[in-house]
Design a protein around this ligand. Structure first.
Ligand code: PHE
Length: 450
């Protein structure tokens, strides 16, 4: 079986794919707006601390389990278990992981479909078709459904091609494109009137807001979502890594790219909002808070672009294109989780597994769309707030308590023979055993109470 598995062909390919998974709507949109409403640079500092103290160690847990087992989460956790009870527990956690990955994809595809619709609407606006533009930007079942189908179609096409020819190749193409588009947009928006005001909100720290416990918990949750943890995505990507790779270094690179892009996106989104304010667009609620995330992206920014004439339309195409790419490199990593499970555990061909599972997820998305008011928020809360931390907890427990210390050391030594002498080996094993589970349980308990 092992020889038939896919594998990333290079370190660059892996880092692009894993960073592509991590960098998504969460970073480019979620992070900057959260920072803006929660103490600016102070939030950034809290986020950075959490990313390195919790998310990075948890990412390492997934990468190590994945590479050690060279298998999907269900097979991997079962294989690591010593007792029948552990086997059942591990199998159940892995199974919940792939269900959660599929559910996340079902709401993510809806949002990504909107991004694509807005991107196309800027093109139809350029072509002068007012009717198409207004259809594409108004909330309606057909528009939403077509968005889901188009986005799922792209995701399926890439995943069906496999690890090297699909995921790796497309991540290598799309990620540099994403970075380039982001830098061009930042440079342009910073040159506009009003942008500096936004920079101040982003960069001036307000520690009182950032040290609020609720906020720290929110930042933890978003660090988890942002690094794609707790669904088995990083575990499955880790399982496609060869033994020559130095895992702590590679995990550090992925975390670094993820955080840098989130921070860079802050230099786009915040200044853009204040340019909008400068152009007369409302960005605050009556209570003086910033408008909520979805209102901002689908109303404030389009209004801003509209107030900028032709240049605004071009910027709008670029912006929504950027969001669509960010979403696509994440969605392929979500679909890979159930697909890898089906291929490895049930001996289904990759193509058929991808089409069938992708199709089922599109049906889920449709069900959510048909019951939007009840299901959309519910699915997001259940998956990202409750399930991700809990499954992340299980991964830490497996690495910290069930995998033997020498198995861990052997795995880490493969790409880094001197690992024992470094700081990583002195801190990480007990950190992932004690500190990570304790923090995750604390978030979980807190979110249950909230
Ligand atoms: N990390 C992605 C983002 O920031 C979301 C994601 C979650 C991707 C879980 C894969 C798995 O948008």
């Amino acid at each position: 079986m092992a020889s038939a598995r896919g594998q990333f062909s290079s370190r660059f390919g892996f880092v692009m794919a894993a960073a592509g998974s991590a960098v998504g709507l969460g970073n480019i949109w979620g992070f900057p707006t959260q920072a803006a409403s929660n103490g600016g640079a102070a939030f950034l500092i809290v986020y950075l601390i959490l990313a390195f103290t919790l998310a990075y160690p948890a990412l390492m847990a997934e990468l190590i389990i994945g590479r050690h087992a060279h298998a999907n989460a269900v097979t991997a956790l079962r294989g690591l278990s010593h007792t029948p009870a552990q086997r059942r527990f591990g199998g159940a956690a892995g199974t919940i992981g792939f269900v959660v990955a599929s559910l996340i994809l079902s709401f993510y595809a809806i949002v990504a479909g909107w991004m694509m619709a807005f991107c196309v609407s800027s093109i139809t606006a350029l072509l002068g078709s007012a009717a198409a533009t207004s259809w594409l930007t108004s909330f309606g079942f057909m528009r939403n459904e077509l968005g889901v189908l188009a986005f799922m179609g792209l995701t399926i096409m890439i995943v069906a091609r496999g690890v090297q020819n699909g995921i790796e190749k497309w991540s290598e193409r799309l990620m540099p494109m994403l970075l380039f588009t982001l830098v061009v947009l930042v440079a342009y928006v910073l040159s506009l009137e009003g942008a500096m005001e936004g920079l101040k909100v982003y960069l001036l720290p307000d520690f009182q807001r950032a040290l609020n416990p609720d906020l720290i918990i929110a930042a933890l949750g978003s660090a988890f979502f942002s690094l794609s943890l707790g669904v088995g995505t990083m575990l499955i990507y880790g399982s496609y890594l060869d033994d020559k790779q130095n895992l702590p270094l590679i995990g550090g690179l992925v975390t670094g790219v993820d955080i840098s892009i989130a921070v860079l996106a802050g230099f786009l989104v915040l200044p853009a909002m204040y340019v909008a304010l400068h152009n007369g667009v409302e960005i605050y609620t009556a209570a003086g808070d910033l408008l909520s995330e979805d209102t901002l992206i689908f109303t404030v920014l389009p209004e801003l672009f509209a107030s900028m004439g032709l240049a605004g339309t071009l910027v709008s195409v670029l912006f929504f294109f950027l969001m669509s790419i960010a979403a696509l490199t994440s969605s392929i990593s979500m679909l890979e989780v159930p697909v890898a499970y089906a291929v490895e555990e049930h001996d289904v061909g990759r193509q058929s597994a991808t089409y069938a599972i992708g199709g089922i997820i599109a049906v889920f998305s449709t069900i959510i769309l048909l019951n939007f008011d009840t299901l959309f928020g519910l699915v997001i809360t259940v998956t990202t707030r409750y399930s991700q931390p809990l499954i992340g907890f299980v991964f830490c427990i497996y690495v910290g308590w069930i995998l033997h210390r020498d198995q861990l050391l052997q795995e880490l030594r493969k790409g880094n023979p001197d690992i024992e002498r470094g700081l990583f080996w002195k801190i990480w094993p007990w950190w992932v055993r004690l500190v990570c589970p304790a923090i995750i349980l604390a978030i979980f308990a807190r979110s249950l109470l909230a």
